[in-house]
Design a protein around this ligand. Structure first.
Ligand SMILES: [Zn+2]
Length: 265
C-alpha cells in the first residue's frame, strides 16, 4: 500500500512539473519573441503644453470622477485644445488650400516610415547666433556623408538639442527653405519633424517652409521629444530607424496632437 502511495505521489510530481515546465516554456517563448524597443518621441499633454500663439490651450474637465450614485467607480473626462500644441502633426491643408486635411494623409506616410535623424546639436551649440540657426543643405549633405543617402518616402527629424528648453514658448529654431526644397525635390520625403515649436524660424512672418512643404503634400511634426535618445541608436549600423506617427483622426483638421514612436528595424 505504501509503495502504491509513493508511486502515486511520484506520478503527481511528474505531471505537475511537466505542466510547470510547459508553462515556463510558453512564457519563455513569449519573452524571447522579437519585439522592437520603441522610443516615445511625444510630450505628455498637460496644462504646461505649449501652443501656437492664439490657439486654445489644453484643459481637462473631470465630468465624472469617482464612485457614482450606484456605487460604481466611473471616471470620464473631457479635454479641449487647439490642434497645434505639444507634439503634433501639421496637415498640408494648414498652409495650402488644396492640401490634404489630416485624415487624408495616407497611412503609408505615417506608419512604419523610414526615418533619418539630422543631428545638428553641436553645430547649434557652437553657433555665434544660435537663435537664428536654420538647418541648411550643407547639414543634410554632411549627414549623408556619414550615414548614407536619405531614402525616398522618409521622414526627416531635425535634432537641434533645443528641446532642453521645453516648455519655453519663445525658443524657436527652424529649417532653411533651401533645405526643405532639397529634401522634397532631391529626396522625395513625406514628412519633416523638429524638436522645436516650428519648422520655420520663430521670427518668420511669412512661413516659407510651412507653405513650401504643404504645397508638396509633406506634413510636419513639431515639438518632437526625446530625439537625443535616437542619436545613440542611429550610430548603430544595424539599426534602421522607422517611425509611427499617430495623430488623432479628425475630419477636415489642419493638424492634431500625435503619438510619435521610433524603433530600430
Ligand atoms: Zn502646427
Amino acid at each position: 500500500m505504501l509503495n502504491l502511495n509513493i508511486l502515486l505521489l511520484l506520478l503527481c510530481i511528474v505531471i505537475l512539473s511537466d505542466a510547470k515546465c510547459r508553462q515556463n516554456h510558453e512564457e519563455d517563448g513569449r519573452n524571447t519573441r522579437r519585439r522592437p524597443l520603441y522610443t516615445d518621441l511625444s510630450y505628455t499633454l498637460s496644462t504646461d503644453t505649449i501652443f501656437f500663439p492664439g490657439a486654445r490651450e489644453f484643459s481637462l474637465n473631470k465630468d465624472y470622477d469617482g464612485v457614482n450614485k450606484s456605487g460604481i467607480w466611473y471616471s470620464a473626462f473631457s479635454f479641449c485644445m487647439g490642434e497645434h500644441g505639444g507634439t503634433h502633426v501639421d496637415a498640408p491643408f494648414h498652409f495650402f488650400k488644396q492640401g490634404w486635411t489630416l485624415e487624408q494623409i495616407p497611412s503609408s506616410h505615417l506608419i512604419d516610415v523610414p526615418t533619418a535623424v539630422i543631428d545638428v546639436e553641436s553645430v547649434v551649440a557652437s553657433s555665434d547666433a544660435p537663435n537664428e540657426f536654420a538647418l541648411d543643405v550643407s547639414h543634410l549633405i554632411q549627414h549623408e556623408k556619414e550615414k548614407g543617402e536619405i531614402p525616398p518616402g522618409s521622414v526627416v527629424l531635425v535634432h537641434t538639442g533645443w528641446s532642453k528648453y521645453w516648455p519655453d514658448k519663445i525658443r524657436y529654431l527652424g529649417i532653411h527653405p533651401n533645405a526643405a526644397k532639397w529634401l522634397a525635390d532631391e529626396r522625395q520625403i513625406v514628412g519633416v519633424g523638429i524638436d522645436t515649436p516650428s519648422v520655420d524660424l520663430g521670427n518668420s512672418k511669412t512661413f516659407p517652409v510651412h507653405i513650401f512643404l504643404a504645397e508638396r503634400q509633406i506634413y510636419n511634426i513639431e515639438n518632437v521629444a526625446n530625439l537625443h535618445n535616437l542619436i545613440q541608436s542611429s550610430k548603430n549600423s544595424s539599426c534602421e530607424l522607422h517611425l509611427f506617427v499617430l495623430p488623432i483622426k479628425i475630419v477636415g483638421a489642419t493638424g492634431a496632437p500625435a503619438r510619435v514612436l521610433a524603433f530600430c528595424k
